[in-house]
Design a protein around this ligand. Structure first.
Ligand code: ADP
Ligand code: PEP
Ligand code: K
Ligand code: MG
Length: 534
């Protein structure tokens, strides 16, 4: 079947080449696009190029230069570094590798640093522990090597006060469960009830009568002193996004954003992770305060009843779209692929559900960090996303009413311009929407409309280009802007034709609000319907 071939689970892109285009006319005429995206656009056509973005957590099985390159070629748009694991030196080395690949191979993989947060976890283990039913383990706040062979360290001293005999200790949201049998000073003796594997630095939650115990645990700061050091590291490394773990309310996001404003010499967007029990009642204010949001289902499923996770996911996705905040759905999308080269049918259905909800991005955790098949997992995400997006377009799924956002005239104009451009593009069957954007603001508005055709966003800022990688349907290009907006459109047509990315006669909707000079008074905002000239 032709369709089967088109969406086969093998890489669409062969090793990428550097494709920054230089026009012979002048060095200023330069258009840069991710080499993998250019290839996807060329091979699949605009309509069938993937809109949902892919994020990979980088860990031991994905950190080699070869595997990072393969992941980028297969479709990784963002790399996530989880500060729960690895040293700053290790993370620095990975960031350097990604930047080098971007430079040498023409990728534009963006970088997200994810804070450790106030989670309670086990100490680092040399080897995962296979916990069998009935075995006794000692959870201790002392050095475990001084306690005995069955001792496991715990990162949070007050846990010995928080738990009582009879409580459950749940490892990584249910990988293993133990019951507290006795407490002895700094040691808590537990017996395994549900067997499984305890990984290094595994997350721990404590339950009494089925409910999460939040005693002192909930008093921990969302950002610890170690997290602030990691944030300073993120600033030094000039990452694109910082994801904040276990956010409870909007305060921490506001605080971090003002810190970044005063300390960082570039924009670093703040992603709130919805995974704490306490975040659920505050979702509205958290979405409002954040640049983007992640539904971190791994911990969320340990903190609230599992059967409540899908409705929280849906609520966060819809709210984010309404407010124009990118939203990521993370964890367990392809959990079985940590060990096996093909996914379960249920996993494919879960990914399909996320794509139908029109979330901005899908995120791999263990599948890419420690799994045996990181590259194959990305292939599955890409193939399923692409196929389901096509289906969503045909069936007109996922249409939601978008409320008015801006309350100042200037913002209202931008918003209306984008909504109209999107409707026109859909009604006319345009090949693409072109948007010229300095801060990414207009591209974001267009993405929020989820138009049927891709949004080609042209920006003169490299870091805006990187951040747009997280936005649904946005294909970011870096272009040196001419002073005249009309010249920019002509320049784009010229450069895209040269790369065979558009053909004469193609219909495109062009949105522009670039100011010819820096005075606001002279802003020219327009939507035009254009055919690519011969
Ligand atoms: N930088 C790293 N170094 C070593 N192991 C890592 C790293 N990042 C992730 N991992 C491993 O991958 C697993 C899944 O990653 P992730 O979901 O980010 O973390 P966690 O499960 O701790 O929340 C982790 O349990 C850990 O074993
Ligand atoms: C993405 C998540 O966070 P982390 O992997 O940092 O625990 C999660 O809990 O689903
Ligand atoms: K984390
Ligand atoms: Mg988590």
């Amino acid at each position: 079947m032709a369709r089967h071939q088109k969406f086969s689970w093998t890489a669409v892109a062969s090793p990428a080449q550097h494709i920054a285009v230089k026009n012979g006319v002048g060095a200023a005429e330069r258009l840069e696009v991710d080499s993998v995206l250019a290839k996807e656009l060329g091979e699949n056509g605009f309509r069938s190029t993937r809109r949902t973005k892919i994020i990979c957590t980088i860990g031991p099985t994905s950190c080699s230069e070869e595997m990072l390159e393969t992941l980028a070629v297969n479709g990784m748009n963002l790399a996530r570094l989880n500060m729960c694991h690895g040293t700053r030196e290790w993370h620095h080395e990975i960031i350097s590798r990604i930047r080098r690949l971007n430079q040498d191979k023409g990728f534009s993989v963006a970088i997200m640093l994810d804070t450790e947060g106030s989670e309670v976890h086990t100490s680092a283990l040399d080897q995962p522990i296979k916990a069998e039913v009935g075995e006794e383990y000692v959870l201790t706040i002392r050095d475990p090597s001084s306690v005995g062979a069955m001792a496991i360290g715990v990162s949070y001293d007050a846990f010995v006060d928080d738990v009582e005999v009879g409580d459950s200790v749940v490892v990584d949201g249910g990988m293993v469960s133990l019951e507290v049998e006795s407490k002895m000073g700094p040691d808590v003796h537990c017996r395994v009830v549900d067997p499984g594997i305890i990984l290094s630095r595994a997350n721990l939650t404590f339950r009494r009568d089925g409910a999460v115990i939040r005693a002192r645990n909930s008093m921990l700061p969302v950002l610890s002193s170690k997290d602030w050091l990691d944030i300073d590291f993120a600033i030094r490394e000039r990452v694109d996004f910082i994801a904040v773990s276990f956010v409870k309310s909007a305060d921490v996001i506001k605080n971090l954003k003002s810190y970044l404003n005063s300390r960082a010499d570039k924009v670093i967007e703040v992603i709130a992770k919805v995974e704490s029990h306490d975040s659920v009642p505050n979702i509205a204010e958290i979405v409002e305060a954040s640049d983007a949001v992640m539904v971190a289902r791994g911990d969320l499923g340990a903190q609230i009843p599992l059967e409540d996770v899908p409705s929280v996911q849906k609520e966060v996705v819809v709210r984010c779209r309404q407010l124009g905040r990118p939203v990521i759905v993370a964890s367990h999308l392809l959990q079985s692929m940590i060990e096996y080269p093909t996914p379960t049918r249920a996993e494919v259905a879960d990914i399909s559900d996320v794509v139908r909800q029109r979330a901005d991005a899908l995120m791999l955790s263990g599948e890419s960090a420690v799994g045996a098949y990181p590259d194959k997992a990305v292939n599955v995400l890409r193939a399923v996303a692409t196929r389901i997006e096509e289906w969503v377009r045909q069936e007109k799924h996922g249409q939601i009413v978008l409320p008015q956002l801006a309350n100042v005239p200037d913002g209202r104009v931008s918003e209306e311009l984008c909504a109209s451009a999107s409707t026109m593009a859909n009604n006319l069957g345009a090949r693409a929407i072109f948007v010229y954007t300095r801060r990414g603001y207009m591209a974001n508005f267009l993405s929020r409309c989820r138009p049927d055709c891709p949004v080609f966003a042209f920006t003169d800022q490299q870091d805006v280009r990187q951040r747009l990688n997280l936005r649904w349907g946005v294909m970011p290009f870096r272009l040196d802007f001419a002073p005249d907006p009309e010249e920019n459109v002509d320049r784009t047509f010229r450069l895209l034709k040269r790369r065979d990315l558009v053909q004469p006669g193609d219909l495109v909707v062009v949105v522009s609000d670039i100011r010819p000079d820096s005075s606001d008074a002279s802003v020219v905002r327009s939507v035009q319907i254009r055919r690519v000239p011969a």
